[in-house]
Write a protein of this length. Structure first.
Length: 504
């Protein structure tokens, strides 16, 4: 019989996919049960199976979600991430990446040398002209470094530019919403890969056994915007207990969490105990690790029946807090209210919270809709940064504010003195980040006068994700899981870099 090779102590352990876990956890009884009637299959399975210790798997731990024993790889500067995701492609031209030269470019045709054969979306493919449109809002310089920020749309953001790093040269190959959102959240445009929050839940685990390690919430801006599919916070090929859990406004923040009428907590506990016994019996027979995930999720749901109502009850928040976050913070389901809940989740040890704010796809009527959207996020996003700072949490919390791509300088729709639209633009766009080890008061990257092409210091979306992992103490090159014969990772198959220039 082929001998199993024991990994040396110096070798870095690789996270395992569910098939590997299945092989490692299979007992002799399970093997014989599944292989009965087929001795050849049983013999083959014997070669594949082995003890966890022989294959370098971490031993059993008491926590509901302990993460991997080998993580973090090194001391990180952050413990948690709050991702404020503007779904639809916010216009970097009208918010952050202003150039004084744009005023002279207004109304002129975008030169072919600038567009340089860019792939067009279906919305622009029929256009015969590409007239440049400068921002229809006032910009001013703020902070010690004189950072240009739209003073009409983002007055609150302008007040904290010395707290944040603004990356102006984010870029992506995706040109349409769903592939672009899938790409920035999972590291690839292909469907079925784990999202960033799922990777972190799997790798780092969570301090809180009564709440999910990954929570998402959705709000909307001027309009509903693009559809958001649950796979954006899905676990892909990782165990399903690491998928994001969506919290909603209303009486049932988590669907199917409350007991049905006539079922009291004691009865529910008895039911769960019985189901756990049945699942444990089934696991002993087949060894499928997803059965253990199912048991863990039932138990998490039971504990959430107590923890979630307390979390979502904002009545204990002070009037000063509501004033800080703005009037919308008292309205359940708004971006402002969700920002307060995100802070409360961070206080409770939840490592990854993602707020999706829909409605940033302005192909027409951009000035009006962008004004509405910015008004709904400007004060709450800044309040979150200030709130975390005054509680001593900003230094180890990464706050990210950005979308899946930006917008073009050329106009779509009818161009008037007060209205126009912009198409998708992935060659460059802006994202700001604060806390968690990032530099304060720092602008990174430079685009041309059209805010169309990168001139200096490009940051691919996978470079950015690698940098986020780095702040959490994770080497993105070593954080991999075998999937379909490849070492899959959050940062894709290329060789992204950690952008150390933006780290403190």
């Amino acid at each position: 019989m082929k001998h199993l090779r024991v990994n040396s102590p110096q070798r870095t352990l690789k996270p395992m996919n569910p098939i590997q876990e299945y092989e490692l956890q299979m007992t002799r009884r399970q093997l014989l049960h599944r292989g009965r009637g087929c001795l050849g299959a049983a013999a083959l399975s014997t070669l594949l199976a082995g003890s966890p210790q022989a294959n370098g798997a971490p031993g059993p731990r008491s926590s509901a979600n302990p993460g991997l024993a080998e993580l973090p790889h090194f001391p990180g500067t952050a413990k948690r991430v709050i991702y404020l995701f503007l779904a639809g492609g916010p216009s970097h031209i009208d918010m952050f990446d202003y150039k004084p030269a744009m005023e002279k470019l207004h109304g002129t045709e975008l030169p072919d040398s600038i567009r340089n054969g860019q792939r067009l979306t279906g919305m622009s493919s029929g256009q015969k002209t590409f007239p440049c449109v400068s921002p229809m809002f006032k910009f001013k310089q703020y902070g010690e470094r004189g950072t240009w920020v739209n003073s009409e749309l983002l007055p609150h953001t302008a007040s904290i530019v010395d707290e944040m790093t603004i990356v102006r040269t984010m870029n992506t190959e995706a040109v349409n919403h769903d592939p672009a959102m899938t790409y920035i959240n999972t590291g690839t445009q292909q469907l079925g890969r784990p999202s960033m929050g799922s990777w972190l839940s799997y790798g780092l685990g969570s301090e809180n056994e009564n709440l999910p390690a990954y929570v998402t919430m959705i709000s909307r801006g001027a309009k509903a915007g693009q559809a958001l599919f649950s796979r954006l916070w899905g676990s892909g090929f990782l165990p399903s207990k690491h998928q994001g859990v969506q919290f909603r406004s209303g009486e049932d923040p988590v669907l199917y969490l409350n007991n049905p009428n006539g079922i009291d907590p004691e009865t529910r506990r008895q039911m769960l105990d019985g189901i756990a016994e049945l699942n444990a019996t089934r696991f002993n027979d087949v060894g499928d690790p997803e059965i253990q995930t199912r048991i863990a999720q039932y138990e998490m749901a039971y504990r959430m029946q107590t923890s979630v109502p307390d979390l979502m009850d904002l009545s204990s928040e002070s009037e000063d807090t509501y004033k800080l976050y703005g009037d919308d913070s008292k309205k359940p389901g708004t971006f402002a209210a969700n920002c307060i809940i995100a802070r409360r989740l961070a206080e409770r040890g939840v490592p990854f919270v993602q707020l999706f704010h829909r409605g940033w796809d302005q192909h027409g009527n951009l000035p009006k809709e962008l004004t509405t959207n910015c008004k709904s996020v400007d004060q709450p996003a800044v309040a979150l940064v200030k709130d975390l700072k005054q509680r001593g949490m900003l230094e180890d919390t990464v706050v990210i504010f950005g979308g899946e791509f930006g917008r073009t300088i050329y106009s779509q729709g009818k161009l008037t003195e007060t209205s126009h639209g912009r198409d998708h633009h992935g060659r460059c766009f802006s994202t700001w980040v604060a806390g968690g080890g990032f530099k304060q008061g720092f602008d990174y990257g430079k685009t041309d006068d059209y805010s169309y092409n990168i001139v200096e210091d490009p940051v691919h979306i996978n470079d950015f994700n690698a940098t986020i992992l780095h702040t959490l103490g994770i080497d993105h090159e070593r954080f991999t899981v075998k999937h379909q014969g490849l070492d899959a990772k959050l940062t894709g198959v290329e060789s992204p870099r950690v952008v150390k220039e933006i780290l403190a």
